[in-house]
Design a protein. Structure first.
Length: 688
């Protein structure tokens, strides 16, 4: 249709002055494409206007948190707003779409995407709607890239919560998810491998996928099945979570439910895709004996000499059957993602000056799009990054300069949708206990006790956790940063963000901006710097899948809105932390953020690493907090305020605070209260 509209304007233009014609055409196209998001949301209002936002009731729920009714609390979003948020792709390409539809579980004929299996990993099953006709789980959507259809994640998969209470499930938009993504990925690897190797499973799978019509031959399906089985194997192997003790011995760091080392995995995805043959040869020469290096280089030569670097590591895995060689390669290229943290809640996120647990993301300028682009890289955006001769406008904007070669950062990352998703979050409000009382039957707040707790909060908590008006358009959140030596909570996540480095590969000799000056990316560089450069260039690169005019104007409008219309301006970090310096340009990341606590009642477990099960336990001295508790249930404990977590109450994941990176120490502000005062403070925090 668009080409006919342009042609009509051309016919009119033959009777007008040429400059007037082009001026009118440009204005028309700007208006047409700038309003795309409005029409998208209007379409959802017409087609997906479900009262419970398509939430499905699971017949056999996990962990004694069953429900027979689903409700939504008042958070400023309509049904269509939520469904648009759940079902709008951001460019994530985990699997071919039909593979996810018809893949069976490892040990049965049941589909991998069955509601019971999805619930097992604590993702949220959904009923089919117009825009989700196959009833994919919440936050899992179809994406099209280079004429191929995929299933991928949206941010809603990890940032939509469910809290149950006496048979009623409260779906909370922007709340921290309870998913076990690591378990999901490992189970997916097993299912793909068995389907590849088991003739009966493979036959059923191939027949179902072939019938869907997106593949022409069985051979194509089987070849892709081998590719994606290997891809999952490589991803899980290179992202093994472990930690070394002082003697060098390794121990696993399981995540469990409601936690993920997202940054560690994003870092590794970037390091995989910037690696080039020169860096790889240097790695192998340094870390292997000469005779082993020579033999290995000969075996890897087809990969090293190929211009196609996409998914380089998985192709190397296919050529490295020896586990010892794989381990050496992993240790040389990647960093262990061994600092799992709770999924942060998203309400008010665009209104912060700095985001993420350690304040690594500034919300000024193009920061929000860069932050979200990094997230898509971590959840399997297709990254067709390639070295090319000369320079382009986009490479110059990405900071690559006017050299004789540049990196083309073509990818599936949908920057336009990321900006629209971020814009939608401006209107999201935190859930309230009062609304949950009226809607889901939570016990009413004791107003006298809450009033006493308010005085205690202002004295002990408000300096770091400012109280805001949850629905005020003018609300802003200043992150109060406390250094790890001040907060005294588990330091693994903060330390990793500063100390982790990697091979810069194709980005070598580029510059990354920091608050204290530029950093030249040497052979090895801080991964935080490599990630910054990569995301800036992804954002600067137009969407390769769009029609020329749509591509150009979406790109133009997105950058214009982020550069000139972002309401958050550059500012310094507030708090008690060691600032960045030219010698240590990322030192301020060794800190953790205190933020406004509106809606905190719906975001258990607590502390950045999820090591404290309830608000009441958080007010105890660290030595008196639970050393072990269960994670996985969504059933609310309305007294202590958290999820049901007592040992023996269900068969969940055992969270052991004596294990590495699970420490529940620190954050002892105001813990010298009487028990009566603690209960009053808990009651007040229900009102936030």
């Amino acid at each position: 249709m668009q080409k006919y509209v342009v042609y009509a304007f051309y016919r009119i233009g033959t009777h007008l002055h040429q400059s007037l014609f082009w001026g009118v055409l440009v204005v028309f196209l700007l208006l047409l494409f700038h309003s795309t998001s409005y029409y998208e949301r209007l379409f959802f209002r017409v087609t997906d206007n479900d009262a419970v936002k398509a939430a499905a009731i699971v017949a056999t729920p996990q962990f004694k948190d069953g429900f027979n009714r689903v409700v939504y609390l008042k958070q400023g979003w309509s049904q269509a707003d939520s469904l648009w948020f759940y079902n709008t792709t951001q460019g994530s390409d985990l699997l071919p779409y039909d593979f996810f539809l018809y893949l069976e579980q490892k040990d049965s004929k049941e589909l991998f995407r069955s509601a019971a299996n999805i619930d097992r990993f604590r993702y949220l099953p959904q009923n089919p709607t117009w825009n989700n006709p196959d009833g994919l789980p919440l936050g899992m959507v179809a994406d099209e890239y280079q004429c191929k259809k995929y299933m991928g994640f949206t941010c809603a998969a990890c940032h939509t919560a469910q809290v149950t209470y006496k048979g009623v499930a409260m779906r909370i938009d922007g709340g921290p998810g309870a998913a076990d993504m690591d378990g999901f990925m490992r189970s997916l690897e097993d299912a793909l491998a068995v389907t590849r190797d088991n003739p009966e499973k493979r036959q059923r799978f191939v027949a179902a996928v072939l019938k869907s019509g997106n593949y022409s031959t069985e051979t194509e399906i089987i070849n892709d099945l081998k590719v994606y089985a290997l891809r999952m194997e490589a991803y899980n192997f290179f992202n093994k979570s472990y930690i070394k003790d002082a003697a060098g011995a390794r121990s696993d760091v399981p995540y469990g439910y409601a936690r993920l080392d997202a940054f560690g995995r994003i870092y590794n995805r970037v390091l995989e895709h910037v690696l080039n043959p020169e860096a790889l040869q240097e790695i192998l020469a340094q870390d292997l004996p000469p005779n082993e290096t020579k033999a290995l280089l000969a075996r890897l030569q087809p990969v090293l000499s190929s211009a196609n670097r996409d998914h380089l590591m998985e192709r190397l895995v296919a050529l490295l059957p020896d586990l010892n060689a794989r381990v050496k390669l992993r240790d040389a290229v990647f960093n262990p993602p061994n600092a799992p943290v709770s999924y942060p809640f998203l309400w008010d996120i665009p209104r912060h000056d700095f985001v993420q647990w350690n304040g690594i993301g500034a919300n000024a300028g193009v920061g929000p799009i860069g932050r979200n682009a990094g997230e898509v890289i971590g959840v399997f955006g297709t990254l067709d990054w390639e070295e090319k001769p000369g320079w382009t406008l986009y490479s110059v904007l990405g900071g690559q300069g006017f050299g004789d070669k540049h990196i083309d950062f073509k990818s599936s990352v949908n920057v336009h949708n990321l900006r629209q998703l971020e814009d939608r979050l401006w209107t999201l409000e935190s859930p309230t206990w009062r609304d949950a009382t009226e809607t889901a039957g939570l016990p009413p707040i004791d107003q006298k006790k809450a009033s006493d707790g308010k005085v205690l909060f202002e004295k002990n908590c408000a300096a770091c956790h400012a109280v805001i008006e949850r629905s005020s358009e003018n609300r802003r959140i200043v992150a109060h940063m406390d250094g790890v030596d001040v907060a005294k909570t588990d330091a693994q996540m903060a330390n990793n963000s500063v100390k982790y480095d990697g091979y810069s590969g194709i980005l070598r000799n580029l510059y990354t901006k920091t608050d204290v000056g530029g950093i030249l990316l040497n052979t090895r560089a801080p991964v935080a710097a490599i990630l910054t450069t990569a995301t800036e260039n992804v954002v600067a690169t137009p969407d390769p899948d769009k029609w020329f005019f749509t591509r150009f104007f979406d790109w133009l409008v997105d950058l214009k809105d982020e550069y000139f219309q972002n309401k958050i301006k550059p500012s310094v970090k507030s708090g008690d932390y060691t600032p960045d310096s030219t010698a240590r340009p990322y030192e301020s990341l060794r800190s953790y953020k205190g933020r406004a606590l509106n809606g905190i009642w719906a975001t258990a477990p607590y502390l950045h690493n999820g090591s404290v099960p309830t608000l009441y336990d958080l007010l105890l001295p660290a030595s008196e907090r639970p050393k072990q508790f269960l994670v996985g249930s969504r059933e609310l404990d309305p007294v202590k305020v958290g999820h049901v977590s007592a040992l023996g109450s269900y068969d969940g994941f055992l969270f052991d605070t004596t294990k590495p990176v699970n420490s529940n120490a620190g954050h002892e502000y105001g813990t010298n209260l009487t028990d009566e005062e603690r209960w009053a403070l808990v009651e007040y925090m229900k009102t936030l």
